[in-house]
Design a protein around this ligand. Structure first.
Ligand SMILES: *[C@@H]1O[C@H](CO)[C@@H](O)[C@H](O)[C@H]1NC(C)=O
Ligand SMILES: *[C@@H]1O[C@H](CO)[C@@H](O)[C@H](O)[C@H]1NC(C)=O
Ligand SMILES: *[C@@H]1O[C@H](CO)[C@@H](O)[C@H](O)[C@H]1NC(C)=O
Length: 429
């Protein structure tokens, strides 16, 4: 049954209105019902002609006349065509009026034009097939497929992606946003169509399985899984999508990221694990991300940074921004930034009480004026341990203002370049 339906859709690419099909009466019009310039074909045609015609443009089928017997057979088997909500029908008619302007040639057989009107394209499948998802043209040659809260099951998503007759095999974007679904992200959730970006945002997905994205091995450059309940993430599955340039897993429940090369992504430039539950970074978790330029670990539960956390031996990006803001980092062990190319670290709103020269000096020595170490929002206890900052302008300029909790004042106001304390500490809390 499903097989036959696929065959029908693939063979004809025809837009079938879901009004129930009367098997013995088939009338075919080449434009939408809302258009008065219809060219109606009342005569029977050999199936070859029909195939030719309907593979070149989408059309509606009405049912008044005897169909060719082969067609009859095929169509009578497609009884479970989804109904189109009337709101969508209007949208569809509107789109088709744009797609089929008045000056179309009268003979539909000659109309194989690739003319695109406005922002419309020819790569969107029929609205009824895609229901409850939608397709929107981005430019003349590509479109995005979006599904929202109307999606009622993961199977329905799979059906839409597998059974729809997509006119193209590559789309710029798939978005499944704001559903109540708890799909397990795995290989068989998807269909044959490729996407350059996949956004699965604000759903209740909790598991990313082995092979989750293997169907997109060559096409996928951006994967956005923000705002789910991901907890069980099989990170090596991501290595199977080596084309990834952007990966975002922000706003999930990830509490553990394995060490020693859990994923290898040669093109990945941006990785976000912000707003998760990470309590600790292992050694060399990011070591096989040679193109990494931005690593967002903000809003986690990190307390101590251990050596080799940010090592990327074959780093070939020109820079690396590491965002560690809004954690509870109080201890940074020596060697944390060894083997890392970063000049730009955000440590704002952590629990640092001082800044260790052994850790940050090498960064500033290497990066010079490009150094930027953001530390606002830490409860610094200022004393002579911070002389190395106060006495060198290049160094103090690398940090944003260091506010001393024990003086209730800025570091540079209380510590002179000669490391002379200008003020007595306030009562410690
Ligand atoms: C359409 O957009 C895609 C993605 O932005 C782009 O790669 C492609 O070149 C564009 N095509 C045209 C004809 O503008
Ligand atoms: C889905 O969510 C992502 C991230 O918020 C957003 O960029 C994208 O535009 C959304 N797509 C739709 C169709 O809502
Ligand atoms: C200040 O620190 C910079 C960066 O580490 C260094 O190159 C420079 O020599 C230092 N200047 C002085 C006067 O020590």
């Amino acid at each position: 049954m499903v097989m036959v339906m696929v065959v029908v859709m693939v063979m004809f690419g025809v837009m079938v209105e879901g009004r129930g099909i009367e098997p013995h009466h088939l009338h075919i019009s080449t434009t939408t019902t809302g258009n008065h310039h219809q060219q109606q074909q009342q005569q029977q045609q050999p199936i070859g002609n029909l195939l030719h015609h309907y593979s070149t443009k989408s059309s509606n089928i009405h049912h008044h006349q005897q169909p060719p017997s082969n067609l009859h057979h095929l169509f009578t088997t497609t009884t479970n065509i989804r109904r189109i909500p009337s709101k969508r029908l209007h949208h569809q008619q509107h789109q088709h009026q744009l797609l089929h302007p008045q000056h179309l040639p009268a003979d539909p057989h000659t109309h194989v034009s690739d003319t695109v009107v406005g922002n419309e394209c020819r790569v969107c499948p029929s609205i009824s097939e895609l229901n409850p998802c939608e397709c929107r043209c981005v430019n003349a040659t590509t479109a995005e497929v979006t599904c929202g809260p109307e999606l009622t099951s993961c199977t329905q998503l799979t059906d839409v992606l597998t059974l729809t007759n997509f006119p193209s095999n590559l789309y710029i974007r798939l978005a499944v946003n704001q559903t109540d679904l708890e799909c397990i992200l795995r290989e068989d959730l998807w269909g044959p169509v490729q996407f350059q970006e996949i956004h699965l945002v604000d759903n209740l997905f909790h598991t990313l399985d082995n092979n989750a994205f293997t169907p997109f091995t060559t096409s996928l450059t951006l994967l956005n899984l923000d705002g789910n309940l991901l907890q069980n993430v099989y990170f090596p599955a991501l290595s199977q999508v080596p084309s990834l340039e952007t990966l975002s897993l922000a706003h999930n429940l990830i509490s553990f990221l394995p060490g020693y090369f859990p994923f290898s992504l040669p093109r990945l430039r941006s990785l976000s694990l912000a707003h998760n539950k990470l309590t600790q970074l292992q050694q060399k978790s990011f070591a096989e991300l040679p193109s990494l330029e931005s690593l967002d670990l903000s809003h986690n539960l990190l307390t101590t940074l251990y050596p080799d956390a940010f090592t990327i031996p074959q780093h070939k990006a020109s820079h690396l921004y590491i965002d560690l803001s809004y954690n509870s980092i109080s201890t940074i062990q020596e060697g944390v930034l060894v083997g890392s190319k970063t000049c730009d670290i955000n440590l704002q709103y952590n629990s640092l009480s001082t800044l260790d020269e052994h850790i940050f000096r090498p960064v500033i020595d290497t990066c010079g004026l490009l150094s930027r170490i953001q530390v606002i929002g830490n409860p610094f206890t200022c004393d002579t341990r911070l002389c190395w900052v106060a006495k060198n302008k290049t160094i103090s300029n690398a940090f944003d203002p260091i506010r001393c909790q024990n003086y209730n004042n800025q570091l540079l106001s209380i510590l002179s370049p000669f490391c002379y304390l200008n003020q007595r500490p306030t009562e410690s809390p």
